[in-house]
Write a protein that binds this ligand. Structure first.
Ligand code: AMP
Length: 395
């Protein structure tokens, strides 16, 4: 696996695919700069070697050239975070871009305009990728968030660099972290899958059954498992058409010696609102008119014990409706358990889908070993898929 360490960037132009697809408010100010921060390590490493950086990214879903999606909006924030004045050019290919690249000196950073102003980017157009490739001596992919897409700048471009391509520090860390959970893990290994739906996590569960010793199934999707086993779940969310599959998963887990832990009690609410009346109740006996919205105290205790006996922990998805303060307790409790386990030497990885939002909201991001930056990309890796953006560098 080639990384920045395999190159000397002195007087070289590094063409880096970053993920600067950051949220903007109505004044076009960056409201969450995590992704810019995440790209800093690679950029600074290259500048320190007296190389220069040409950054390319997409922003949002533009239809052609649309000023509201211009990466110009993030130049000030990027300059502030990187501590270097970031230059900007209002196109990513063509004369203007080529001139800006030619004028770039060692130690400087140039940000190209939004790649998705050209539909060729998403179409994975080889001619477009080739034009982009002319900007750099070395291609660095540091955008995990788009590594599962075979777009021009994330995948197709790599073929124009033969040997001169590598993973950036962020992408390398993502790959190593997932590898540490799926392939080179210290046992016992635990996967915690929560969130709303079984259907969105089926392939993950199926792939992961071969890798783990324990599986916690929490959140909304646990009710499909409970109902399938004959429990009474009241008005809790459930995917009836997935009940058979749920039973099949339990059967397969048993055959593979994976211990499955499903909540035994819940906080049930009589309304899907923060101010609803609540009761703590056995998960099998939820009355009609009530729905399970969070893990109950006994479940939290059981999960705490499981978490703290494991050496490798993967967490994807909340244990309850964490967006409502009244129903965030189970997710917070689990976060605390993982914090303790991590302090005691376990490796903990959080990511996939929206899990990162929950982790950040409750301040767990600094307490776990690694928080993945790519929702969809991470889920696809957990599903056992080879990501085209990663494959293109390895080829
Ligand atoms: P996911 O994107 O699949 O990880 O699901 C996250 C969503 O699951 C969050 O918005 C939670 O509010 C929701 N969720 C978790 N537990 C429950 C539950 N018991 N009932 C309804 N929604 C839930």
């Amino acid at each position: 696996m080639k990384t920045l360490k395999d190159f000397n960037f002195k007087n070289k132009k590094a063409l880096i695919r970053v993920d600067f697809n950051v949220p903007l408010n109505d004044k076009f100010e960056v409201t969450d700069a995590t992704r810019i921060q995440a790209a800093k390590s690679s950029i600074i490493a290259i500048l320190e070697q007296e190389g220069s950086c040409i950054l390319m990214s997409h922003l949002g879903r533009p239809k052609g050239f649309q000023d509201e999606f211009s990466l110009n909006h993030i130049v000030a924030k990027a300059s502030e975070i990187l501590g270097v004045n970031v230059k900007f050019v209002s196109d990513c290919i063509g004369d203007k871009a080529e001139e800006a690249v030619a004028n770039l000196e060692s130690g400087e950073i140039l940000l190209l305009e939004n790649l998705r102003f050209y539909e060729e980017e998403k179409n994975g157009d080889a001619a477009f990728a080739e034009k982009l490739s002319k900007h750099g001596d070395v291609y660095v992919n540091d955008a995990f968030g788009t590594a599962h897409r075979a777009h021009a700048s994330t995948t197709i471009i790599a073929q124009f660099f033969q040997e001169n391509k590598c993973f950036g520090n962020l992408l390398a860390r993502e790959i190593e972290s997932i590898d540490k959970v799926l392939n080179n893990s210290e046992r016992p290994v635990l996967a915690i899958l929560g969130g709303a739906k079984v259907s969105s996590k089926i392939t993950v569960i199926e792939n992961i059954l071969d890798k783990v010793d324990h599986l916690i199934i929490g959140g909304g999707m646990s009710f499909t498992f409970i109902k399938a086993q004959g429990g009474k779940i009241g008005n809790s969310i459930c995917e009836d058409d997935k009940m058979e599959l749920a039973l099949e998963i339990l059967k397969r887990a048993k055959a593979k010696n994976v211990q499955v832990h499903i909540p035994v009690d819940v906080i049930a609410a009589d309304d899907f609102s923060n101010d609803a009346n609540t009761q703590i109740i056995d998960i099998n006996t939820i009355p009609d008119g009530w729905e399970g919205v969070d893990a109950g105290p006994k479940s939290r205790e059981i999960f705490d014990t499981v978490v703290n006996q494991c050496k490798t922990i993967l967490w994807n998805g909340p244990l309850g409706v964490f967006e409502m303060e009244s129903f965030a307790g189970g997710t917070i409790s689990l976060g605390n358990s993982i914090d303790t386990a991590t302090q005691n030497g376990a490796f903990s990885l959080v990511g996939g889908g929206d899990s990162v939002a929950a982790v950040k909201q409750f301040g767990f991001a600094e307490k776990v070993s690694y928080v993945s930056t790519g929702g969809g990309a991470m889920l696809e890796m957990l599903e056992g898929k080879t990501l085209p953006g990663i494959d293109a560098i390895l080829k």
